[in-house]
Write a protein that binds this ligand. Structure first.
Ligand code: DX5
Ligand code: ZN
Length: 217
């Protein structure tokens, strides 16, 4: 398993310190960028991940919940092993979003909402490095995992076949369901609320790894 730390529900006033305190236990830091149009919530733009980029060695995965990913992707300072993820339902055409992210020199991810048919991804499979399956409606942390996501994961795993695509899942994952999510075919889980709403976030990450029953990839 790989674990990405979603910082949406972290204490943003001491974000750097919080990430560094968990750095040995996580594989990515996940940034939820929301524009108030694509989703009914506003978070932050490039300024936050850009401010942290040179201070943190862990790769970033930047989840663009915005209508114009091709417009905004070039404003992120990224490293080659970072991932910038656009939504297939955004207004910008996927080929333009993919080209804009590729020009940054990092990896390309595509995400889809829980009700978007998986077939919509098919044309883009040869061009992406990650698929981020949403297991909650995007917009807010701390929502309940949608159980139909498990069947979607199984189907996506079959569609990916032998392609070098990382299958990631985002939303509602914690110690109670992480093993089921992995068994359905996910390789990477994004986790926020189960860590940051726990009394001791470090203990919560350790419990998550234990519940996963998998070594770190
Ligand atoms: C939801 C976000 C998720 C969220 C993580 O729009 O994309 O990344 O922060 O989900 P929880 O908080 O449920 O772990
Ligand atoms: Zn996210």
């Amino acid at each position: 398993m790989k674990l990405s730390l979603s910082i949406l529900n972290a204490d943003l006033s001491r974000l750097h310190e919080t990430i560094m305190g968990l750095a040995d236990l996580v594989d990515y830091v996940h940034f939820d960028v929301m524009d108030g149009h694509f989703v009914p919530n506003l978070t932050f733009g490039p300024v936050l991940p850009n401010a942290l980029r040179d201070k943190i060695a862990i790769p970033f995965d930047i989840h663009l919940m915005v209508d114009q990913p091709a417009l905004y992707a070039p404003r992120f300072s990224v490293r080659p092993d970072d991932v910038v993820i656009f939504h297939v339902e955004a207004l910008d055409p996927p080929d333009e979003a993919i080209a804009a992210i590729r020009r940054l020199g990092c990896r390309v991810g595509v995400s889809l909402r829980p009700r978007t048919p998986l077939s919509v991804l098919e044309p883009w499979l040869p061009q992406v490095d990650w698929i981020l399956l949403m297991s909650v409606e995007p917009g807010f942390g701390g929502q309940a995992f949608l159980p139909e996501s498990l069947e979607r994961l199984r189907q996506l795993r079959a569609k990916i076949a032998g392609r070098p695509i990382t299958l990631a899942v985002d939303g509602g994952i914690g110690p109670g369901n992480v093993r089921t999510v992995l068994d359905a075919g996910a390789e990477l889980v994004v986790v926020g609320a189960a860590i940051f709403r726990a009394p001791d976030p470090r203990q919560a990450v350790l419990e998550l790894w234990k519940a996963a029953g998998r070594p770190r990839d």
